[in-house]
Ligand binder design. Structure first.
Ligand code: HEC
Ligand code: HEC
Ligand code: HEC
Ligand code: HEC
Length: 493
């Protein structure tokens, strides 16, 4: 016993000594790392104004200001050359009226304030701002999470914002015009960086909440994880949860794949007072889940999941002759193929890589348009079931298939890489969409034939209606062409 005891004592001593040595070693390397980056900008820890960072980081500012130059023409997305049938599949929702291609982060807030979906909607809520402005965390601070997301956009949020951040606090040197209108408060430095240490951070609670639900330990996220997580604050699917004060919520309870998000959304819809969808279709009277830019999720199960968003979209670039910084111009990595892609794919030429991306995107577009077309047809078949008064159960069955078909089309369609981030994931989604919409058409066809409906005539009317939508030249008038005497508005409310 005694011997045992002393041995224990000895090993305990050894343990203490080695633990002490470890501490010294860790401590040393720790302070060495600290020596390299004792960043203290001297800025307010709550700084939100992009202009406050301008003089401290002139090279980053210069790069950031490149977001003011559009890479592509900002066309309405329902242009016949892009997605011609959006005004049908989204009929009854603001997106059917105006929805444009993206442009730079500096414009995000201004573009939102001016889009018809906001200007034409007196009931818009402040949750819409939650991925557009560096000021949103301050709004949560001011109103608390219970109120911050459900303020009236026009009557409550804008007046407060005007007062809090309306002018640039005298920081603009050349009057208006050096950043976009509201560019000083648009997606910016404080969204992704701690203003004092400049370490990457998550500033929007909708992401930390979602990661909590997944059990992801973001407090200990690696730098590599952070280079994608900062983007996941916004480049994701979300909804405003009626069971939680309309807070911006990501449907990630079961995982990130489109299939997982569908299951989770259906679970939410089944709850009393739970979220059923963004709108009810005027054509098929179906509650619809409107997908929003799920870049992070599609990427997360694709071939480049080990490559961070910043690796491709914010490559190191030599500026100012010799210094290397992370590019802060967020756009197409094809513009920076050398720095974005050939760092890993050095054995492939830039042309080869570009062609591979185009191949993927071309295949994607074919299936996207096919799924959209069949989905639009399915809405009209359900419309006919309703106006002909077929069996209620059959209508419900077809509506639920339309809802599923639309989700699995909309997720990869709303994703902005045209499938590059995950070609297989996107294809699987379109395949399921086409299946479900076709099933809806089949259910409808059977029910309609049983009461003697002329299916060929129905098909003809659908084709003419689609053409009318395509031929209408005024983008925000197109949705009106989707409803006519053949296919009236059948929405309940
Ligand atoms: C606070 C929200 C937010 C964060 C964080 C964010 N984005 Fe964005 N991003 C947007 C919005 C909103 C737009 C569309 C702006 C518009 O069209 O006015 C956008 C547009 C883009 C575009 C298209 C730009 C163009 O010229 O068409 C790219 C690329 C992009 N973001 C990449 C990223 C990457 C990569 C990250 C992370 C490093 C990131 N974003 C972080 C909100 C965000
Ligand atoms: C959408 C997110 C995002 C926004 C907005 C953003 N940054 Fe960054 N920034 C990053 C990422 C990601 C890195 C790379 C960090 C790393 O891996 O160490 C970075 C790196 C930096 C660095 C470190 C040096 C370097 O180049 O890697 C500085 C300094 C910096 N950013 C300044 C700014 C300033 C100033 C603004 C506003 C004008 C800004 N950033 C806006 C995401 C962002
Ligand atoms: C392996 C490189 C790579 C990675 C990693 C990557 N992307 Fe992309 N991304 C691309 C390419 C290539 C495109 C297509 C560009 C084009 O069509 O010109 C693209 C397109 C986009 C677009 C649309 C740009 C536009 O002009 O409208 C957005 C937004 C975007 N990515 C965000 C992200 C986010 C967020 C992440 C991380 C979750 C991410 N990307 C990860 C390569 C990458
Ligand atoms: C950090 C390294 C890295 C970077 C940066 C990177 N890739 Fe890749 N890429 C990979 C790896 C690793 C794979 C293989 C993945 C696998 O086998 O599943 C891959 C696969 C691919 C593939 C085949 C994917 C498929 O669908 O099967 C293409 C095409 C590709 N990369 C293009 C690009 C382009 C274009 C860029 C720049 C926009 C880029 N990569 C940037 C590492 C990278």
């Amino acid at each position: 016993m005694k011997i045992m005891h002393s041995t224990n004592k000895k090993s305990l001593l050894l343990l203490i000594i080695s633990a002490f040595l470890m501490l010294v070693l860790v401590g040393c390397s720790g302070s060495k790392a600290q020596e390299e980056e004792p960043m203290n900008t001297g800025l307010d820890p709550n700084e939100w104004n992009n202009l406050a960072f301008k003089d401290k980081f002139p090279l980053h500012w210069e790069s950031y200001m490149k977001n003011m130059e559009n890479e592509k023409e900002v066309l309405p997305k329902n242009d016949p050359s892009i997605e011609p049938l959006l005004p049908i599949v989204w009929n009854g929702f603001g997106f059917a009226v105006e929805y444009n291609l993206t442009r730079g982060h500096t414009y995000a807030f201004e573009d939102q304030m001016n889009v018809r979906r906001i200007t034409g909607n007196p009931n818009a809520v402040s949750a819409c701002m939650s991925c557009k402005t560096t000021v949103f965390p301050a709004m949560i601070e001011e109103f608390g999470p219970e109120r911050a997301y459900k303020l009236n956009y026009h009557d409550e949020a804008l007046p407060w914002l005007e007062e809090f951040a309306g002018d640039d606090k005298g920081m603009m040197t050349d009057g208006k015009g050096n950043v976009a209108e509201w560019g000083h408060a648009s997606v910016g430095c404080a969204t992704c960086h701690d203003p004092v240490t400049m370490e990457l951070r998550i500033s929007l609670p909708q992401l930390t909440d979602a990661l909590d639900r997944l059990g992801f330990d973001y407090e200990n996220a690696t730098q590599h994880d952070m280079r994608s997580l900062v983007c996941a604050q916004c480049h994701v699917e979300y909804y405003f949860d009626p069971l939680n004060d309309l807070q911006t919520t990501f449907p990630w309870g079961y995982g990130l794949t489109f299939e997982d998000q569908w299951e989770y959304s259906e679970y939410q819809a089944s709850r009393e007072g739970g979220f059923k969808g963004e709108y009810v279709s005027t054509i098929s009277n179906t509650p619809i889940l409107k997908a929003q830019h799920p870049e992070y999720e599609l990427w997360s199960y694709g071939p480049h999941q080990t490559v961070s968003c910043a690796d491709c979209h914010m490559p190191y670039q030599r500026v100012d002759g010799k210094k290397k910084i992370s590019s802060h111009r967020w756009g197409s990595p094809l513009v920076t193929i050398e720095e974005s892609c050939r760092t890993c794919h050095g054995d492939k030429s830039a042309t080869y890589l570009e062609t591979r991306v185009e191949d993927i995107q071309d295949r994607h577009k074919v299936q996207l348009l096919r799924a959209q077309d069949i989905g639009a047809t399915a809405h009209y078949y359900v419309n006919r079931m309703i106006t002909r008064g077929v069996d209620e159960e059959k209508i419900k069955e077809a509506q639920s298939l339309v809802r599923e078909g639309q989700w699995f089309w909309d997720m990869p369609a709303a994703e902005n890489s045209y499938g590059f981030h995950n070609p297989d994931g996107a294809m699987a989604s379109f395949a399921r969409s086409i299946d479900k919409s076709q099933e809806a058409i089949l259910v409808a066809t059977r029910a309609l034939m049983a009461i003697g409906e002329d299916i060929e005539e129905l098909e003809r009317q659908i084709e003419i209606t689609k053409q009318n939508v395509i031929n209408e030249t005024v983008s925000h008038e197109k949705h009106k062409q989707a409803i006519n005497d053949w296919f009236p508005n059948v929405r309940d409310n």
